[in-house]
Design a protein around this ligand. Sequence first.
Ligand code: FE2
Length: 379
Amino acid sequence: MNLVKIEALVPGMIVSRDIYNQSGLLIVSEGTKLTSDYINKLINWNIREIYVEEPSSSMVEQQEALIAAQMTVTHDRVIGIAENILTQGNVEMIDPALLQGMVGDLDKQIELSSNVLLNLSHMKTYDNYLFAHSVNVCVLSLIIGKAIKLSTEQLRELGVSALLHDYGMIQLERSIYEHDRKLTEEEWEKVKCHPRYGYDMLRASGNFSEEMLSGILDHHERYDGSGYPSGKSGDEIGLYGKIIAVADVYDACVSMRKHRPRLTPHEALRNLLGNSKSYDLQILKAFLTAMAIYPIGSIVKLNSGEIAKVVGINYGQPFRPDIRILIDRQGNCLELPIRLNLNEQEYSQTYIEEIVEGAALEQVYSLLEKNGVNLSAYP
Ligand SMILES: [Fe+2]
C-alpha cells in the first residue's frame, strides 16, 4: 500500500483505503479503480493524498511519464518568464510573488519525481543558454535546499534568488552573454561584475529580501576566498550564495556549450569534488548525496557486461539506482530496453561496475543511434 499525493495519481490505480470527505462521509470506497473523473472529484474535495495499491511497473512508468509531462509544461512556463525578465531588463516588471509561485510548482514536482534531472536534460535544446540555465540552477538549488532541510519559506526565497542569479548579465553587452564563445580578457573582467550589477538593480526595486539578494551577490564567491566579486570566504558568504554556487557550477559543466566539451553528470560531480575547497563542505555533501553516486542520465556498465542507463535514484542507496538496460552482454542493442531496480532483492547479485565515459561512451551513443534508440524516449 502506498500513500500517493493527489498530483501523482493516474487513472487505473486502485484505492486501498476508504476515502472520507471533511464531513466524514465516505466518498470513494476501498477497491475502486480510479478514473480521471474520480481524480478530478478528489481534487475538488481538496483531498491531498490517498492510499493506493502497490502499482505495477507499467503503471509506475505511466505515472512518471505524466509527471515528466507536467514538469515540461512548468519548465516551459518558467523559462518563458525567465526570458521575459532577462530580455525586458525592467526591474519593475519582476513580480516576486509570481516567481515564488513558480518556484513552488517546481518544488512540488521535485518531490513527486526522482527523474527531475533527466527531465532537465530535455531542456537543453533552448537556444539561449541563460534562460534554461537559470531554471536548471533553480531546480538544483531546491534539491540542495531540501537536502539540508530548509523551511518552505526559505526554499521559496532560495528558488527566486537562484532564478535571478545571473540577472546582472543583462547589464553587459548582448554579444557577451548571448553568444556561446570563449570571452576575451576584457570581456571576462566585465563578466566578473555581473553579481554586483544584479544585486544593485534588484535591491533598488525594494521587492527582494536581503537573503535573496545575497544569493545573487555571492554566487561566484568561493569558500576558500578565490571567487569574485569580493573574494569573500567561509561564512562571509551567505547560505543561498553557497548553494547557488554548487548548482551553478554543476549545470555549467553538464550543459552543451560550443567552446568546451559537455561533461557527463558523473564527471561534473567529480569536478566539484576535485575543487572541494571552493565550496561549503556541508552543501557539497548534501548535493552529492541527493545526486547519488550514479546520477540520473549516466550510462553504466554492469558486472554482467550489460550497458544500462540510470533512470532513478533510490534515496539512501546511492550504489543501487533504478536502471534501464540498453545493450546486452554480447553488445547488441535491446529492441525494448529492460527496466529494473537494483535495490530489489532479486537483483542483489547485479551491481554497477563502472560509469561509461569518454571514447567508450561515444561508442555506446553511436551504437544506440545506429539502432534508432532515442535515449530520451526511455526515462
Ligand atoms: Fe553567474
